[in-house]
Write a protein that binds this ligand. Structure first.
Ligand code: PBG
Length: 326
């Protein structure tokens, strides 16, 4: 009781504040998403993601090397597919020499210890911009799973360490797990986007990869943001089906979900600080309305405090450089 209890005693100096700090962010917590495009020496800006770029593989390799030097140990790969290679079934996703497959092997060749994770969903490859096979206005579940399994296998063959299915079809984790086991990839892991919401925060990402849905929205497969308990059911199912890590997405507006899963689910949790979150912070910082670096670090630490083991963030490189210098 006051005056014997004075909370401010533990805040008097930096040294004591640091000693009782409950959450410490390190570069081991961070994963960098990478947007890869075709060509050579290409570095394209993304209007709604200031400071972030799409790059051709040669530059991606250089970026990955500098990420490694900064202490980042994992990347999550996405590709931008030229319109001419898109079709109804996302056939290009299975091309053993496709951009994704080439990128996986090139990164693993230069940096064998970098953990390479790959997005598995059809949207960048589909003329419809949807994550699965489209029939009329419907996104078919089981037909999509069949193709996603093939896609996952082709990533494993190229050398991926973890497959990250972001499509939210039912049953895809067990189907992918079974296929990996059967085809000689028992050590390839699965990071499932277990609780992925149909969110408007993905807008800049869709601009970056030219993958905006051509019709409708993703509400019949991604989750309704009014719901929390459903996220637990989704994530639990994925773990039972064989996922090693479950991801929650978006990040900052969904920290209640992170805490819910952290308290009730016995599995590592990844949180994706998505493109719209990045865009908001960058936009305000560029206006001089927020201190960009401070807000970046605060947002990442809050995500970790809520229970994330891995944070996938477009700020990975910048945060890692700051962590190194403090
Ligand atoms: C594709 C996918 C999306 C994101 C990651 N994987 C977009 C979507 O589902 O429409 C979003 C990432 C971000 O906004 O940063 N299935």
């Amino acid at each position: 009781m006051y005056p014997y209890t004075r909370h401010r005693r533990l805040r008097t100096q930096e040294s004591i504040r640091k000693m009782i700090q409950e959450t410490v962010l390190t570069t081991n917590d961070l994963q960098a998403p990478l947007f890869i495009c075709e060509g050579n020496s290409i570095k394209e800006s993304i209007i709604s993601m200031p400071g972030y770029h799409r790059m051709s593989l040669d530059l991606i390799i250089k970026t990955t090397q500098s990420l490694w030097e900064l202490g980042i140990r994992s990347v999550l790969l996405f590709v931008k597919i030229p319109q001419a290679l898109k079709d109804e079934k996302g056939t290009e996703a299975l091309n053993p020499n496709g951009l994704m497959q080439q990128s996986i092997s090139a990164i693993k060749e230069t940096l064998p210890e970098m953990i390479v994770m790959t997005d598995v969903a059809l949207d960048p490859y589909s003329i419809y911009g949807h994550d699965g096979i489209v029939k009329g206005k419907e996104i078919l579940n089981d037909a999509s799973v069949e193709i996603l399994v093939q896609m996952a296998l082709s990533h494993a063959r190229a050398g991926a360490d973890f497959i990250a299915p972001s499509d939210m079809m039912d049953g895809r984790i067990s189907a992918i797990r079974r296929a990996l086991e059967k085809n000689g990839f028992p050590h390839v892991g699965i990071m499932s986007y277990g609780a992925k919401y149909a969110s408007h925060f993905y807008g800049p990402f869709r601009e970056a990869l030219n993958s905006t849905p051509g019709f409708g929205d993703k509400k019949t497969y991604q989750m309704d943001y009014h719901n929390a308990h459903e996220a637990f059911r989704e994530a639990q199912t994925d773990i039972e089906e064989g996922a090693d890590i479950v991801m929650i997405k978006p990040g900052l507006p969904y920290l209640d979900i992170v805490r819910l899963l952290r308290d009730h689910l016995d599995a590592p949790i990844a949180v994706y600080q998505v493109s719209g979150e990045y865009a908001m912070i960058q936009a305000a910082a560029r206006q001089g309305w927020l201190n960009g670096q401070e807000v970046m670090m605060e947002s990442l630490i809050c995500i970790k405090r809520a229970g994330a083991n891995i944070i996938t963030t477009y700020f990975a490189k910048e945060a890692a450089s700051l962590l190194r210098n403090t």
